[in-house]
Design a protein around this ligand. Structure first.
Ligand code: FAD
Length: 583
């Protein structure tokens, strides 16, 4: 058959179209396709003047930079370790490495905007969010979402991007008796709260305390609901009520296609499932969330420590013994935040000696009697005191009663400093890992704590296992349902030092490997883990839910308008020299 001229032309035509129209990288300011200033001006008008062109906050310390100001520099240096400094800045992240150390408040290092977003939508309405999403999609610009900038794994940062900053989306509405999900033929009984997309923990607890209610929330003050709820969200209340994702009754989101959708068990059910545990900045931008609330419990807190000299060879026998007690502690209603210490400065003597052991805080709900908690811990202390020969373990135990959860929280929130270079490792541990073989637990935790401090937080168990999310299920990693303890280890490292960074990544990987070997069939917590450095991260963070999440991601965001790492469906792109390119 003779080839028609049309057929001969067709492949050539497609080749040309492919080479002209196939975008291989997201547009950056150095590309001719980057929107002109007047195009950005139009966006700014659409946003009621809420488009920002921010300067890195550390630039005030760099004499060659136009914003140099020695007074502001001193302020920035003094505030750099404060979470509030970074959350109120449109582009700063709490962990310097996620801005690529590109402008620290230290003139001895270089300063450029290379590690930061270029423009920021300071969103206060869903329409602002939509305008930003539509603009990024239309002009093929990398789109990120920042709320507090807390993210341990760098998902709220991105060079050459447009950032939707949801921090100023505030406001809460309390539903005292029931909540009516949109287009459902029924009401959901019980109290609930609808909070705007940038609402933070402290605001949520404080707002609900006025109604004698509380919510399953995190321990940091400025952790925001966006990253927390979409990432699973553990709480000291989770052993009673489940994860934060399990509390969600409804969400409003702006999708990567720019649709404003209400998600619940009656409509947009795939997205409703995915947004509860599938991760932030992946399926859409949450503009509001409605969560179940609970009567605020009374809290009996116990600050305790079991410490010994760093050279005590039995230190981790004691740690393994205590972890072996965790299932019984959980059964008795204990939850909390114990830290494991290995050869680390003694918190009780101002760091003059090095100690190993366990220290932290645990709570019991709805008891006014301190002996209720002491009766549980005294036999444990007694066992430790009589089991191992000298050198001795030293004990402290201070119970304190709080009349409400908010009263407890105000004195016991996570006050850890931020503003340094940091990587983490995480593991979700089930009862088998803690009690199955105490020798294996001892060896694993000793290795996991080689950096000096690790956590063994009692933040899951019965409440998480038995949680029934609306619609029957959600996307949180199935391993959470078997989890009793979330364990983390981290490694800080020197700034602007690739070797130090590589060593820190290798070190945390080594720590986490010890617990991966102890609990090979479990997983890790995406919000507080190794992030992009986690081996087989799709499986670790989402387990068997990954395949369904990927299908939903491809359907809602075929052009990868939202991209982050480690995030569902990010496999088709990679960051190359601050550009995001298809691979
Ligand atoms: C001091 C401290 C204490 C913590 N305590 C706890 C705790 O008790 N329990 C716990 O589970 N975790 C805790 N975390 C971890 C916390 O869950 C994560 O850091 C989480 O990512 C914070 O979310 P964010 O929105 O505040 O942060 P961001 O860094 O602003 O965002 C995190 C991720 O969520 C995305 N995102 C943010 N807002 C939205 C939105 N509205 N819609 C869609 N995507 C969004 C971002 O793009 C990014 O991917 C803590 C972290 C710190 C630093």
């Amino acid at each position: 058959m003779a080839r028609s001229p049309f057929l001969t032309f067709l492949p050539l035509f497609f080749t040309l179209v492919a080479s002209i129209n196939t975008t291989t990288c997201k547009t950056t300011p150095s590309d001719p396709t980057w929107p002109s200033p007047s195009t950005w001006d139009v966006l700014n008008s659409t946003l009621d003047g809420n488009l920002l062109l921010p300067v890195p906050p550390g630039a005030v310390c760099h004499p060659t930079h136009p914003t140099y100001n020695s007074t502001l520099c001193t302020e920035a240096q003094l505030s750099w370790s404060s979470e509030f400094f970074h959350q109120r800045d449109p582009i700063s992240a709490e962990w310097n490495n996620w801005n690529n150390d590109s402008c620290l408040p230290d003139a001895s290092f270089p300063c450029s905007a290379a590690g930061y977003p270029v423009y920021v939508v300071n969103a206060t309405t869903r329409e602002h969010v939509k305008a930003g999403v539509d603009f990024a999609r239309k002009y093929n610009i990398r789109l990120i979402v920042k709320s507090s900038g807390h993210d341990y794994v760098g998902r709220s940062s991105g060079p050459n991007s447009l950032s939707i900053w949801v921090h100023h989306m505030k406001g809460m509405q309390f539903h005292a008796t029931s909540f009516q999900p949109q287009n459902c033929s029924f009401e959901i009984g019980g109290a609930a709260v609808t909070a705007a997309g940038g609402t933070q923990m402290l605001e949520t607890y404080a707002g609900l305390d006025a109604f004698n209610q509380t919510v399953v929330g995190g321990n940091g003050r400025t952790v925001a609901l966006g990253g927390y709820v979409t990432g699973a969200g553990h709480s000291i209340l989770s052993p009673h009520y489940g994860l934060a994702s399990d509390q969600v009754l409804e969400m409003e989101i702006v999708t990567p296609k720019g649709e404003i959708l209400t998600l619940n068990e009656c409509q947009n059910t795939d997205l409703f499932w995915a947004m509860r545990g599938g991760g932030g900045s992946t399926f859409g931008i949450m503009t509001s969330v409605t969560m179940k609330t609970y009567p605020s419990p009374q809290v009996m807190n116990l600050d305790f420590s079991i410490l010994t000299t760093a050279s005590n060879p039995y230190a981790f026998d004691m740690v393994a013994y205590l972890l072996d007690q965790y299932p019984a502690l959980a059964e008795a209603g204990i939850s909390g935040y114990p830290l494991i210490l290995k050869g680390t400065p003694n918190p009780l003597d101002g760091g003059q000696t090095l100690v190993s052991g366990v220290a932290g805080k645990v709570i019991m709900l709805n008891t006014t009697n301190s002996s209720a908690i002491m009766n549980i811990f005294s036999p444990i202390f007694e066992h430790i005191n009589t089991t191992w020969p000298a050198p001795a373990f030293n004990f402290t135990a201070e119970p304190k009663f709080y009349p409400s959860f908010y009263a407890w929280y105000q004195e016991n929130y996570d006050s850890s400093p931020v503003g340094y270079e940091n990587v983490m490792g995480s593991r979700l541990l089930d009862e088998k890992a803690l009690s199955g073989n105490t020798t294996a637990t001892k060896v694993a935790f000793e290795k996991f704590t080689e950096g000096g401090i690790s956590t063994a937080y009692l933040v899951a168990g019965k409440g998480v296992k038995e949680a029934v999310p609306r619609g029957g299920s959600n996307a949180v990693c199935p391993a959470w349902r078997k989890t009793l303890v979330h364990a983390t280890a981290n490694q800080a490292f020197a700034p602007v030092n690739k070797t130090a960074e590589t060593d820190a990544i290798a070190a945390t990987n080594g720590f986490a490997n010890a617990l991966r070997e102890l609990s090979p069939d479990m997983g890790a917590y995406m919000n507080e883990g190794a992030g992009r450095y986690e081996p087989n991260w799709q499986q670790s963070f989402w387990g068997d839910n990954y395949a369904r999440l990927l299908t939903i991601k491809r359907a809602i965001d075929p052009d990868d308008v939202l991209w982050c790492t480690p995030c569902v469906g990010n496999e088709n792109w990679a960051e190359v020299d601050n550009k995001l390119c298809r691979i």
